[in-house]
Design a protein around this ligand. Structure first.
Ligand SMILES: [Zn+2]
Length: 326
């Protein structure tokens, strides 16, 4: 079968490897759609701090179960499923056992263990979620980033009736905005400097701006990961508001800490998701509260992965680039 390998920074190959066989309690998925994520691009560019090469990427994945290992029901064969790529065996934070997303031995498929950017992938049954038959596999591949957004918005608490802002209209920002809208936010405003991305925001029925006005929002989600955007997220807060730190920061940044103190702001980090966020993401995609058609901008067959990554690296021109298998 074909599989994508990043043997070292700045090199990406589609290689031939043996098709895996499912072990006990594993399912074999015929992978149908795989999203390319910003963190996959960081891996390719040698900027991901938590990987060692070679890396087999692929964590936004949808497929069909075509075989099962010992101990699993043959009735699973033919069902559609998505992978929850976090592996967090062993120690979990003592203060809240359910938060395996911040376990100290968290490993993520596609980064610290092998990912599923391939034609087939064998995975423990407990790491998949079944999706409804009428889900497309492209929607399936969007469950993972949608779960990131669900987790972040849920951390903010009840956003119903609130004025919510998002900085950065990339995939995650657009999903955070839609989840906030689904949860009854009074208004959702998305800031991005790119006019094409603002057009996508408007097509989803939300307000698009270049910059957020100061002192205007109850919840501000920073989905960029940069010094200026985090500072403007803080300035955009009303007193007592919440800043959600969803963007991934490559270095330390300066922030107006005085405002956090004086305005009693809450600064909340959000990492990945847990299983319940996955189930909620599937629900929101299934009932149409979260739309992905405008977010998926490009599709390539798996064998054209090098071109797909090149396209995704031109960040302004693309949002979600999807790899597909027939
Ligand atoms: Zn990702």
């Amino acid at each position: 079968m074909k599989r994508v390998n990043i043997p070292q920074p700045h090199q990406l190959d589609v290689v031939d490897v043996p098709t895996p066989q499912p072990q006990a309690h594993e399912v074999l998925l015929a992978i149908k759609a795989i999203g390319i994520c910003g963190s996959d691009l960081h891996t390719l560019e040698g900027q991901h701090p938590f990987v060692s090469y070679p890396v087999y990427p692929g964590h936004e994945v949808s497929g069909e179960i075509i075989a099962v290992g010992d101990g699993l029901d043959l009735g699973l064969i033919g069902k559609k499923a998505v992978i929850e790529p976090s592996l967090a065996e062993g120690t979990r934070p003592k203060f809240e056992p359910g938060r395996y997303n911040i376990s100290s031995n968290l490993k993520v498929m596609g980064f610290q263990t092998e990912g599923a950017m391939a034609e087939y992938f064998a995975v423990p049954f407990e790491r998949i979620h079944l999706i409804p038959e009428r889900f497309s596999h492209e929607q399936g591949a969007m469950v993972e980033p949608t779960a990131v957004a669900v987790h972040a918005v849920r951390l903010a608490g009840n956003v119903a009736g609130m004025d919510v802002a998002v900085i950065g209209a990339g995939t995650i920002g657009l999903l955070v905005a839609q989840v906030a809208q689904a949860y009854g936010a009074m208004s959702v405003t998305v800031a991005d400097l790119d006019p094409n991305r603002r057009a996508v925001v408007e097509s989803l029925g939300m307000l698009a701006v270049e910059r957020l006005s100061p002192k205007s929002f109850d919840v501000v989600a920073e989905c960029v990961g940069a010094s200026l955007t985090l500072a403007s997220a803080i300035h955009a807060c009303r007193k007592g508001a919440t800043v959600l730190v969803v963007g991934v920061f490559g270095s330390d940044v300066m922030i107006p800490a005085g405002l956090i103190q004086d305005w009693e702001l809450r600064l909340l980090g959000s990492l990945m998701y847990v299983g319940d966020d996955y189930r909620e993401a599937i629900r929101l995609l299934h009932n149409g509260a979260v739309q992905t058609e405008r977010i998926i901008t490009h599709r390539f067959p798996l064998v054209h992965a090098p071109l797909a990554f090149e396209t995704a690296l031109q960040r302004g021109a693309s949002l979600k680039v999807m790899l597909t298998n027939p």
